[in-house]
Write a protein that binds this ligand. Structure first.
Ligand code: FAD
Length: 394
């Protein structure tokens, strides 16, 4: 009988596995692919502050350093947001994942590669049903940890999914003429309803992607037709194409009897940008601490519930406020998006934005913008301001 079977060898699974194995528990990580880190579907932007907080030193997987962002409103001039210092890095996700996997293995975790979790049984004899090329089997365990990404089988088998709501994304790696030290973000309902498109300089290549809240991401239309982006990318140099889903936070319960979810499986991503590497690992660490406590005593829902409380205490405001801001952005017309982004660049708001923006934590800036709301009556008009605040306030 294992102490913990972790389904999924992505960053969240490996980070959790390293912590638990390092505490002396018998940990098995089950990964359906033949290689950790592949296939990749990620733009690879990670905040430097977040990495530091997680105790991860930037390694050879850093491809590029970012000092800011260039925001393209639907039909106005672009806005530059920068404090002049490096705030985030663009990473080689496959190499990053492999480094996390190696540290989990060094700590004593066992990896079962090319092994798919096909079912989960929870109860007195908790087990994970696995399928390998050469046959099937069951791994008996005291605790199952679902780290199996946005469409988590563990979450659905354990009855933890409350709703399925995803941002659908597509991304390519292409040649492009863009500044190496900033990410470009494009907003507009005609090509990225409810989300945005991006051009990320990734050290010699550009990751160009697009997400939508509903429907299908029409990335090639955007890259071929957008008046600005189409002039920057070189579609003849197309190197890699990927599709992926980003889950919404608070759409699933993150623990049950003898089961926990981490990373995308738990919906632990930043609601506004979909970034899940930092947030997934920060919450995975909270999960691992609670799991260790349970494995040292008794594994039950009462003790595992400490995980949900710890996440709510540390990141509850990030999820709640971020989701409200996301819902507001999803409802804005292109004209309203233009006006809102223009406001962020005014002398009235830009110092606040640059002073309080944090790559990994958005709640503080959102709270300050809400507080500043009444001062914006003149620029926005009472009706529009009321509409914005109605979405942002509880
Ligand atoms: C297009 C796109 C761009 C993104 N850009 C960024 C970004 O710039 N910055 C950022 O922070 N985040 C970004 N994200 C989000 C980020 O990629 C995820 O948050 C992150 O990968 C989550 O890690 P994870 O370990 O939870 O899940 P995953 O990385 O999805 O890993 C899950 C693992 O579980 C395995 N698995 C799944 N099911 C089973 C099964 N049944 N049996 C065995 N194994 C299984 C999979 O093979 C996979 O290896 C992006 C996402 C997308 C789609």
């Amino acid at each position: 009988m294992h102490d913990a079977v972790i389904v999924g060898g992505g960053p969240a699974g490996c980070f959790t596995g390293r912590f638990l194995a390092g505490r002396g528990f018998d940990v098995v990580i089950v990964e359906e692919h033949a290689e950790i880190g592949n296939p990749v579907s990620c733009a690879g932007i990670v905040g430097l502050g977040g990495l530091k907080e997680l105790g991860i030193k930037p390694g050879k997987w850093v491809l590029n350093r970012l000092r800011g962002a260039l925001l393209h409103p639907p039909s106005r001039e672009p806005i530059t947001l920068t404090r002049g210092r490096v705030e985030a890095v663009v990473i080689d996700r496959a190499a990053f994942d492999k480094e996390l996997a190696c540290s989990a293995a060094d700590a004593g975790a066992t990896f079962l590669m090319k092994t798919r979790c096909a079912d989960v049984t929870l109860g007195e004899r908790t087990s994970v049903k696995i399928k390998k090329i050469e046959g099937a089997g069951r791994l008996e365990t005291r605790l199952v940890i679902g780290a199996d990404g946005p469409t988590s089988l563990v979450a659905s088998k354990a009855g933890l999914l409350k709703e399925t709501s995803y941002t659908r994304c597509a991304q390519v790696e292409v040649g492009a003429e863009i500044d190496e030290d900033r990410v470009e973000v494009y907003l507009g309902n005609s090509f990225a309803p409810g989300f945005f498109a991006w051009l990320v300089p990734a050290g010699g290549v550009c990751r160009a992607g697009l997400g939508v809240s509903a429907g299908v991401p029409k990335l090639f239309d955007f890259l071929n037709k957008h008046p600005v982006a189409s002039k920057k990318v070189r579609m003849s140099q197309l190197l890699h194409l990927a599709a992926g889903l980003i889950p919404r936070p608070l759409t699933r319960k993150i623990y049950g009897e003898r089961v926990m979810l981490v990373g995308d499986a738990a919906g632990h991503v930043k609601p506004l940008t979909g970034g899940g590497v930092y947030l997934g690992l920060a919450c995975a660490r909270l999960a691992a601490e609670v799991a260790a406590r349970a494995l040292e005593t008794e594994v039950n829902a009462k003790i595992l519930g400490g995980y949900e409380r710890a996440v709510a205490k540390r990141f509850g405001a990030e999820f709640e406020l971020g989701l409200r801001a996301r819902r507001l952005l999803e409802r804005l017309s292109d004209n309203e998006l233009d006006d809102l982004l223009r406001l962020l660049a005014t002398p009235e708001l830009q110092p606040l934005v640059l002073g309080e923006a944090d790559f990994d934590h958005h709640a503080q800036l959102l709270k300050s913008l809400i507080k500043k709301g009444p001062n914006l009556i003149r620029s926005l008009g009472l009706k529009r301001l009321g509409r914005y605040l109605r979405h942002l306030l509880p």
